[in-house]
Design a protein around this ligand. Structure first.
Ligand SMILES: Nc1nc2c(ncn2[C@@H]2O[C@H](COP(=O)(O)OP(=O)(O)OP(=O)(O)O)[C@@H](O)[C@H]2O)c(=O)[nH]1
Ligand SMILES: [Mg+2]
Length: 369
């Protein structure tokens, strides 16, 4: 699962990407790989893992990971092949979700391609390019489907054409596919169209270091403008300051808190950590945990995953031979101090093959070989 970092040129995408990958590099003792220079595998921060590692007296922590892709800046006309247009668009197409970096910091030394900081205009510029690219690919798709529909009595196909025509009107009004009103069945179909603007999105508002530290970004009209657009799309906004995040990312966990306190940070958690967590959630993912002396580990599963498939993440034999899952919730384990104590208190649940995994589940799977 990959998130693409998208935005105008010079808004701080690569700085943010470097910060993300440096924070990941901290996880050097975990399976960490760089696939190519523009793709970084990043550990998802999870406070529970450190606590469990202490409880089980183990050094080995394996967190969940997500991939970020640093995509070059998109310029006006990209959909018509301007700049490196088509190449950028294909990079975006390969991602599962988008982090849209919006410049919200003023700085005369750092050139803004449009000459001034204006988040609403910038977001519209990017959206317009992605929408134009979607209009083109949807147009081709409609044409093809119409031809087939003419010589066919397939009701489903005709419904699909209708949905696509409605979607085309929506896009032509300058609106991204993610705000298209659709029922579940239509959504399932629209997802197969692989449009750029139907990908889930988070906005990263890149503010100045001073604003982040003092918390004054809460009153920034730039951040407000991003929030207003995001609210209209049910999207999340994470406020970051790419440059300072890059500095913080290089510190060890305990130094991070110290540094942030010394700087007088208004917020306790780094913007980067919030961004990674929000990104993981945006992909529809969460982790269940396994804990023991050998290792404490987070396993990534999509929301809605049932116990046998969750077990299959560990090993396919676990899924095939699945008998049951023994589950204690994280707060209960912490409260009682051990699985045995939690069991005595009646807090260890036995769950079967239809159980839908929940957040905070610490699991022991039983299976037949
Ligand atoms: N003051 C300040 N400068 C920043 C911040 N983020 C990025 N910059 C500066 O802005 C310039 C551009 O940053 P990049 O991260 O290279 O921008 P980009 O979006 O990757 O640009 P392209 O790859 O050209 O599209 C660099 O000089 C950064 O140091 C920030 O939070 N505060
Ligand atoms: Mg860059």
């Amino acid at each position: 699962m990959k998130l693409g970092i998208v935005g105008l040129p010079n808004v701080g995408k690569s700085t943010l990407f470097n910060a993300l990958t440096k924070s990941g590099a901290q996880a050097a003792n975990y399976p960490f790989c760089t696939i190519d220079p523009n793709v970084g595998t990043v550990a998802v921060p999870d406070e529970r893992l450190g606590v469990l590692a202490k409880l089980y007296n183990t050094e080995k922590i394996v967190p969940a990971f997500v991939d970020f892709v640093d995509i070059a800046g998109l310029v006006k006309g990209a959909s018509q092949g301007e700049g490196l247009g088509n190449k950028f668009l294909s990079h975006i197409r390969e991602t599962d979700a988008i982090v849209h970096v919006v410049r919200c910091f003023e700085n005369k030394d750092i050139i803004h391609v449009e000459g001034s900081v204006n988040p609403a205009r910038d977001i519209e510029t990017i959206d317009t390019e992605l929408i134009l690219a979607d209009i083109e690919s949807l147009g081709r798709r409609i044409e093809k489907a119409q031809k087939t529909a003419r010589s066919s009595s397939d009701k489903k196909l005709r419904e699909e054409v209708e949905t696509m025509e409605r979607l085309m009107k929506h896009l032509s009004d300058g609106k991204p596919a993610r705000t298209f009103a659709q029922n579940d069945e239509e959504k399932e179909f629209v997802d197969t169209l692989l449009l750029l603007t139907s990908k889930p999105i988070i906005y990263a508002a890149n503010v100045s270091e001073d604003e982040l530290v003092s918390g004054s970004y809460e009153h920034s009209p730039f951040v407000e403008a991003v929030r207003k657009i995001a609210a209209g799309e049910n999207a999340e906004v994470v406020v970051v300051s790419a440059e300072i995040e890059e500095e913080i990312a290089q510190l060890e966990d305990d130094e991070k808190a110290e540094y942030m306190e010394a700087m007088g940070f208004a917020v306790k958690e780094s913007g980067l950590d919030r961004l990674i967590k929000a990104s993981y959630k945006l992909l529809g993912l969460f982790s269940y945990l396994t804990a023991g002396q050998p290792e404490v580990r987070a396993w990534t599963i999509p929301v809605g995953t049932k116990a046998p498939q969750a077990a299959g993440k560990i090993h396919s034999d676990f899924e095939k031979g699945f008998i049951r899952a023994e589950i204690v919730s994280y707060p209960d384990l912490i409260k009682y101090g051990s699985v045995n104590a939690a069991r005595e208190a009646g807090k260890v649940r036995i769950e079967g093959k239809d159980y839908v995994m929940q957040d905070n589940d610490i699991v022991h799977f039983r299976f037949n070989n």
